[in-house]
Design a protein around this ligand. Structure first.
Ligand SMILES: Nc1ncnc2c1ncn2[C@@H]1O[C@H](COP(=O)(O)OP(=O)(O)O)[C@@H](O)[C@H]1O
Ligand SMILES: [Mg+2]
Length: 407
């Protein structure tokens, strides 16, 4: 056994599983320091933790709950399946109640509130049917107020996962004003309760939702008190040890553990999700002794695999679903061009190449800038050393594989 091998602890694959605050500490790899930093930020501000899909944001939040400091109480709310304002408050209330995170006098407060504003109380414990749907802000205020009161002199930290998706859905079912109102109400609550913190999380840029709201005349700045927090890939050391742990734990054959693990970490852009998918692929091909060269070819195999196991196609499809209509084709065109450039392009060359595409022939530089900014804020691309490039190289490779060569 080499000295590297002696340091490796076996890890099992967790693709497709979820964690909660109890299981997170043994399962979420390499994020302790990041979580410490997050808590340091939460001390002074609410947070926007928005980033590329599958970079491990939700897992970071679950670990943050597990490692919460004594001065904080947390509640994690998954807003992905919420499509209306009423559902938003009702679920929030139900789940806070089920977790025992509301102050003891909740029932009394709610029944008097219900009497006052004409709610009817339903049979399910802790939930209230709102007769007049327009009253949802009052209900939200009292629900959050109860959570803040429960936390006492600690910070009440409300983590809302996939909030932008929920807002997008509310905007399309109830209209843009309703979605704006949710953001305004949440902001007003942060102003009203100094000890309340919110952590907005999600894979869809809040700015995309806000842009649509602004296009409809909304002028508020409901998130300008939040500080952004980035969830980066794992660092070199952790991604190497994570890959090695999985190879070891899943009993995968290798020529040289350290080199093969390094190849896995690199091919997966140091992101745990892609590292797991590569190792899963290796496991399915057993028995096989992998070399670093074999590993470097695995992403292409995943791109081709039927059923798209690592869900790459989503990165393309989501443009149609969430982007303002006038931007979709232009954004695609920018990504097509950049996908063929691992080292990136400066503004001028990018504009020229985008102009070569018949669909974006007449794009003017200012509009291109706007499109590029949206893609940047949505975590597809980044600028460094004056050059635009894909943020996650495995996604660039997929894009080039699936679309880039068509143009
Ligand atoms: N720190 C980690 N350690 C191990 N696996 C992880 C880690 N972070 C993410 N994963 C894997 O990646 C998947 C996606 O992570 P998730 O937090 O759901 O991403 P996001 O919320 O950013 O879309 C998880 O289901 C898990 O399999
Ligand atoms: Mg998530």
């Amino acid at each position: 056994m080499t000295s590297f091998e002696k340091q490796i602890k076996p890890i099992t694959l967790t693709v497709g599983t979820t964690v909660n605050e109890k299981s997170a500490p043994g399962t979420v790899y390499g994020r302790d320091e990041l979580v410490e930093k997050l808590w340091d930020d939460i001390k002074s501000s609410s947070i926007s933790l928005i980033g590329e899909r599958r970079t491990g944001k939700t897992w970071v939040l679950r670990l943050a709950q597990a490692l919460k400091p004594a001065q904080a109480e947390t509640f994690w709310f998954d807003a992905e399946k919420v499509h209306s304002t009423i559902e938003f408050v009702r679920r929030l209330n139900q789940e806070l109640h089920a977790k025992g995170l509301m102050s003891k006098n909740v029932a009394r407060v709610f029944s008097s509130l219900a009497r006052r504003i004409g709610f009817g109380l339903e049979g399910i414990k802790g939930t209230i049917e709102i007769k007049n749907p327009d009253e949802w802000p009052l209900f939200l205020q009292s629900t959050i107020g109860e959570f803040v009161q429960y936390a006492g002199n600690r910070n009440a930290v409300l983590m809302i996962d996939e909030l932008p998706l929920c807002l997008d859905s509310i905007a399309s079912t109830q209209g843009h004003a309703a979605a704006s109102k949710v953001l305004d109400e949440l902001r007003a609550l942060r102003m009203a309760h100094p000890s309340l913190r919110m952590v907005f999380c999600g894979s869809l840029g809040l700015h995309i939702v806000l842009k649509k709201l602004e296009d409809e005349g909304y002028k508020g700045q409901p998130t300008n008190d939040l500080i952004t927090f980035d969830v980066p890939p794992l660092n070199e050391h952790d991604s190497l040890f994570f890959a090695a742990g999985l190879i070891f734990g899943e009993k995968i054959g290798y020529s040289h553990l350290e080199q093969v693990s390094l190849a896995v970490a690199q091919a997966g852009s140091q992101i745990p999700y892609y590292i797991q998918h590569i190792v899963k692929y290796m496991k399915n091909q057993q028995p096989f002794d992998y070399t670093p060269e074999d590993v470097a070819a695995i992403p292409e195999k995943l791109f081709e695999a039927s059923g798209d196991p690592a869900r790459f196609r989503h990165h393309d499809k989501r443009l149609d679903v969430y982007y303002p209509e006038d931007i979709v084709e232009k954004a695609r065109s920018v990504l097509d061009v950049l996908s063929l450039e691992p080292d990136g392009l400066d503004d001028g060359t990018l504009l020229n190449l985008v102009k070569h595409n018949p669909k974006t022939l007449t794009i003017d530089p200012e509009f291109l800038q706007e499109v590029v900014r949206i893609l940047q804020d949505d975590h597809y691309i980044e600028k460094s050393g004056g050059r635009w490039k894909f943020k996650v190289d495995i996604i660039r490779r997929w894009w080039a594989f699936a679309r880039g060569e068509m143009n």
